[in-house]
Design a protein around this ligand. Structure first.
Ligand code: SF4
Length: 218
């Protein structure tokens, strides 16, 4: 039921090229002052042909050092959840953040930084047209809800549920959960986080809500 070799398809070759072009534009971006304080931009990585996107808040110290998303302790937890709970290699999903530059000292993103940087996430979404979007934490969930015209309240209320939207020529499933860094900080949230990944697995396998579209896709 999983991935069906879309990378062989000409259309997907085009997608990969377009995405790479956006990554190159991000590397040159000076739309907000954050670029002045970083070591590396973190555009995103992974396989967009899976149609599965994980979206976090912003790069941290290790991500800034390596120029890759989710490679620090929170990234290790996310990778473990993707590989052990979903049974998918991390490299087979696409992972990015709302902000592509690390805010100094890992402070929260400012609204004007999110506003400036969201042009890139919009482009990534429009190229990938994902079937499944997993939002990690409040900032990415709030942004994605606004983008798809959904009402955001708070992460603890909206997490653990599946939201369906039709923006492109197919249904997209949005599943909010906690940010893995928050789960490391609040171990009492781990159980809910794991349950959310069980839900994500059901959606990917077409066992949750209107599965036909997903079965067709995978
Ligand atoms: S955070 Fe985003 S908008 Fe700001 S400089 Fe970095 S890439 Fe550009």
């Amino acid at each position: 039921m999983m991935m069906s070799g879309f990378a062989e398809n000409d259309e997907w070759h085009g997608t990969l090229k377009e995405l790479e072009k956006v990554h190159q534009e991000i590397l040159k971006c000076q739309r907000c002052p954050l670029y002045k304080y970083i070591t590396n931009k973190v555009p995103g990585e992974g396989d967009p042909t899976s149609g599965i996107m994980f979206i976090g808040e912003a790069p941290g110290r290790e991500e800034d050092k390596q120029g890759r998303p989710f490679v620090g302790p929170a990234g290790k937890l996310l990778t473990k959840m993707i590989e052990e709970k979903l049974g998918i290699q991390r490299s087979k999903v696409y992972i990015t953040n709302v902000l592509k530059c690390r805010p100094p000292n890992n402070r929260d993103p400012k609204p004007e930084e999110i506003e400036a940087c969201s042009i890139w996430l919009k482009k990534q979404l429009e190229i990938i047209k994902p079937r499944v979007v997993v939002t990690l934490g409040r900032y990415s969930t709030e942004w994605i809800f606004k983008y798809f015209g959904l009402k955001f309240t708070k992460i603890s209320e909206v997490r653990g549920k599946v939201y369906t939207v039709k923006k492109w020529d197919h249904v997209t499933y949005i599943i909010p959960t906690y940010h893995p860094a928050a789960v490391l900080y609040h171990p009492q949230w781990k159980e809910a986080f794991e349950r959310d990944f069980e839900l994500i697995k059901k959606v990917i396998e077409g066992k949750e809500k209107k599965p036909k579209t997903l079965v067709d896709f995978f």
